[in-house]
Design a protein around this ligand. Sequence first.
Ligand code: NIG
Ligand code: FE
Length: 413
Amino acid sequence: MSVTFADAAQVLRPPEDGLGHLRHDRAAELRAEPGSLTVADGRIAAFESDRLAEVRIDARGCALVPGFVDCHTHLPFAGWRAEEYEMKVTGVPYEEIARAGGGIRASARALAAAGDDRVVAQAFGLAAEMLTHGTTAFECKSGYGLSPDAELRALALAERLDAVVGQPTTSTALLAHAVPDGHTADGWMDEVAGLVPRVATGTRASALDLYVETIGFSNEHLARMGELAADHGLDLRAHVEQFNPNRSVPVALAAGARSVDHLSCLHPDDVEPLAAAADCAAVLLPGAEQMGNEATPPARALADAGALCVLATDLNPGTSPIASMPLIIGLAVRRYGWSAREALLAATLNAAWVLRMSDATGSLELGKRGDVLLLDAPIEHVPYRLGHNPVAVVVLGGELTWVRPDAAWRVTR
Ligand code: NIG
Ligand code: FE
């Protein structure tokens, strides 16, 4: 299929081609200039319109941006936990809900009770919702298994999901999420050490992850997970500094983490080392911050220091039941004092880098996969119209995949 977008008000492009990522002190160099774009045979073929294209899209007044990459989700999961949210807004802390058997354990019970088809169907519906909000690639995680077999099942379900959704996905094995009943954290990590070789050879997981927190795992476990990842050729991701300051970032950097995620309680002394790290992204999750009334990470300082900043939904039934990247961008700009360019960079190219997808997608460059969004207004409107879905058209892998009903007049076939 060939699709041409004609006469957009803005085409968001990186300052140069071939960048695997772009540090946030250079975000202002992203260009947003008037132009056109043509996608053919699945790839971005030209930055001009093509009269002969099979589909012509009138892009006047609109922005063209790369598809969003959601590099931190907990898909697939079973059911929701709305009752916990009602408790949280009245002031009951997440840790207390978790200790009382709610939280991750409640989702583990729900996953165990749900049949495979039901789990995949729920995640499929969410992937479709994500697509209509512009997400053209995403990460899946295990973590609601809490036993070796159930973690392997979750990874198998993620693989089934990958086979049925339009978006490319990756899988992360979040093997240390909550301490399973009947185990100590140390004892569970011994089981994890035995499980990792099976994950590495028998699943499509490309990364390991863990949750460092007073109710979860420690910095020593983080270091150990880093060794396991290195031994098995997997990336290391880590949930750190979400509710309490644990000074996990230096440990994660020493362990070679590809990303550190959350960072609400990041210590000021850890901003510079994280920003200076050659290959570790700061994945910020403003949806979880908002829903959990968490502290705001030092995101302005991270960006100014030139960190590799990334935004994601953290889509999960507990801390962030949010599937929309435009909403995440809006929350980030409000909470962090970021520009629309900074937030879009964090939601596209740098997010693709975390998933090792940035050679293929994440920016509008000739030859990259045709993952292109038509936004119904200039990019500055994405954070400004909080709660509005600005995505009018999604081209995924070169195929016209979603047209918002009110934008149908723009499309001529
Ligand atoms: O990223 N904090 C740990 N993990 C998830 C929450 C999981 C849950 O509450 O179900 C997170 O916030
Ligand atoms: Fe998470």
